[in-house]
Design a protein around this ligand. Sequence first.
Ligand code: SAM
Length: 357
Amino acid sequence: MQMNIESAVLDRYTAGAQAREESLCCPVDYDRNLLAILPQEIIDRDYGCGDPSRYVQEGDTVLDLGSGGGKICYMAAQLVGPRGRVIGIDMNDEMLALARKYQSAMAARLGSDRVEFLKGLIQDLALDIEARERWLRTNPLNDDAGREQLAAWEAQQKAGKPFIADSSVDLVISNCVLNLVADNEKRQLIHEVFRVLKPGGRIAISDIISDRPVPAEMKNDPELWSGCLSGAFHEAEMPALFAAAGFAAVNYDKWDTTPWRVINGITFRSVTLTATRPVIAGATNTYCELVYRGPFAMVIDDAGQAYRRGERVAVTPERHRALTGPAYAGAFIDLTQGAAESTGCCSPGTDSGGCCG
Ligand SMILES: C[S@@+](CC[C@H](N)C(=O)[O-])C[C@H]1O[C@@H](n2cnc3c(N)ncnc32)[C@H](O)[C@@H]1O
């Protein structure tokens, strides 16, 4: 039977919010000056594996994916200063309660209330899950018609008023959370990060990677998954997925040579991946997706962009027009579909992949 990832992760971190869990803690050398004003309870409930707060700049609007007890958000709040803003997003009520418990005390220490904690799913940043919960209270799901109404409500909410707006964030950070998202939702998660970033915006993602693919029996183990291990990206896959989503300058800025854990011969280590959302002159929030058909394993275009056979690649509208034109005579499958006729490309995250996927 397939493991239910969301409930395994919810159970583990509900317990982790209530009492420190040693096995979830990966040693990190945080900046002690930034920890000095944090409540001890928040420092103790640290389940991070890196320190993405190091990438925060003065004046940034920062989004922390899977903010947990709020440690990195309160560290980032000191760095953004009074002109900046920090948003922590988490799906776990206990973690949100822990982070919010100190919000007013921290606002007093910081000199302004510049941090907020929102309930949400990091793989679906457009969806307002609390509004969805309210809608479901008055519209219980009894049959297929009810499910269709819910799908229509969600599509309208996400398109009309995305929970985290398009192009609204300077820096997306995360500390040991992306590995907890189901493998089949990781690509959508990365597109969502791209969508919410301003052009020129940055990411600093601290996470766990593996040196070999993790086998199915380990992926189906709720302890290993919720313990930030079996959902880890493969070391080659993580930068490739971000590059394929359109990010530039994708870089392992930190790579722990000492493994965090070795299980069944697979090495799991902590890294921090950085990248930027390119600024495209004249483009708004659009992207297109192509897949190279083959027969070669990989081809490289004149701009140096590589296309591996069968792998989705996000390209700019200009490159999309060139590669789907007669010069390349059907070498690429265009996943932009209907949107190609109207706008040339589509906006990521406005639906669950239907437009480009
Ligand atoms: C390993 S803890 C890390 C917490 C925090 N970043 C830190 O440094 O201590 C993972 C956190 O991510 C949250 N989380 C896991 N999957 C999530 C998802 N799909 N959407 C939102 N939050 C999620 C969990 O509730 C938990 O608080």
